[in-house]
Ligand binder design. Structure first.
Ligand SMILES: O=C(O)CCC(=O)C(=O)O
Ligand SMILES: [Fe+2]
Length: 343
């Protein structure tokens, strides 16, 4: 399949990208009103006396939305920009430089592909994407990362190390906010090989006909996303699609399916999608923190309590979830149905 980033600018949306009417984004600009804006949390001084307050804010946002943004997060601006520029540079290279990395083989540590990783009735989506095993930064991983553009490997190593640290900080704050031991999510629950999606959405001649990325929940524990300054990410809230408004320098944080299951439904994973726009390329850099494949997952005994009720999910090995997620083509209810305890 051809990469969109290798095509000349499209004058209209080719038929193969036109979604059936019921799947098109009916409202492109369902702007949040002030009472339902996705929270922006200042992590500054989460190390001192504000720590408890910040943890409480995170839990409130997680319960209410399953998604929030963080500023003053400690990841240096030049680290973020350095990798965003290298990633944009990769997509801007001539087709022949990208060709060696074209693959749909999931075992690769670096690959580029187009349209969607999930086969939902052959629907096509308006994006190209990189899938990268980005952490830990091992020689085996780095060898498969591209050596062009020249800064790609070093900027990716720097970015993924910094974002990984931020993710651990966030997990610690979530644990503390839930009244769990601060190290609750450390170890196997967050110790799987970290994956990164770099999504590249070219300008689209008619954003009402197609989507950049289909509605889905992330399969992992926690997602840390840099969307730059071009809007497009939307999160499902109260039956509406709320725009996750770009905030300069912020990371978007959203909870994955594993967080929902471990907290017995208290912190629900949020359904989200990406819409396209007519003017600008949009690039999102998405870091997905996940358990080890062999890790046992289920509602934590501490989270099965009066507030959450009896256990809502069965216990399983994380690798089983990954298989079910692919089989359900990332559909939230289809995949959760399989792991729910039906009473
Ligand atoms: O492009 C975005 O903002 C969303 C990306 C996303 O949801 C994903 O890669 O899982
Ligand atoms: Fe996602």
């Amino acid at each position: 399949m051809e990469l969109l980033s290798d095509c000349p600018v499209h004058a209209s949306v080719p038929d193969k990208y036109v979604l059936p009417p019921e799947k098109r984004p009916s409202l492109l600009n369902d702007e949040p009103s002030s009472d339902v804006a996705i929270p922006v949390i200042d992590l500054h001084s989460a190390d001192d006396c504000r720590r408890q307050l910040v943890a409480a804010e995170i839990i409130k946002a997680s319960k209410g939305f399953g998604i929030f943004q963080v500023v003053n997060h400690g990841v240096a601006e030049d680290v973020v920009q350095g990798f965003r520029e290298a990633a944009a540079g990769f997509f801007a290279m001539p087709a022949e430089d990208k060709l060696p990395y074209r693959s749909d083989d999931l075992s690769k540590h670096f690959r580029v592909s187009s349209s969607t990783p999930y086969d939902r009735n052959g629907d096509r989506y308006w994006l190209d994407y990189l899938k990268i095993n980005c952490h830990p930064v091992t020689d085996e991983h780095v060898r498969e990362w591209p050596d062009k553009p020249g800064s790609f490997r070093s900027s990716l190593a720097e970015y993924s190390t910094a974002v990984h640290e931020l993710a651990q900080t966030l997990l610690r704050l979530i644990a503390e906010g839930l009244g769990l031991d601060g190290g609750f999510f450390a170890g196997d629950l967050s110790g799987g090989s970290t994956q990164m999606n770099v999504n590249y959405y070219p300008p689209c001649p008619d954003p009402s006909l197609t989507l950049g990325l289909l509605p889905h929940c992330d399969r992992h524990l926690l997602t840390v996303l840099s969307q730059g300054d071009v809007a497009g990410l939307q999160a499902r809230h109260g039956g509406r699609w709320l725009l996750v408004r770009p905030v300069p320098g912020a990371f978007v944080v959203n909870l994955g399916h594993q967080m929902e299951i471990i907290t017995n439904g208290l912190l629900a994973s949020v359904e989200h999608r990406a819409v396209t726009n007519t003017d600008a390329v949009r690039l999102s850099v998405v870091t997905l923190i996940m358990p080890k494949m062999e890790c046992r997952i289920g509602p934590a005994p501490e989270m099965v309590n009066e507030a959450t009720g009896p256990a809502k999910f069965k216990e399983f090995e994380f690798s089983e979830f990954i298989k079910a997620y692919s089989a359900a083509a990332a559909s939230r209810e289809d995949v959760l149905h399989y792991f729910r305890i039906h009473r």
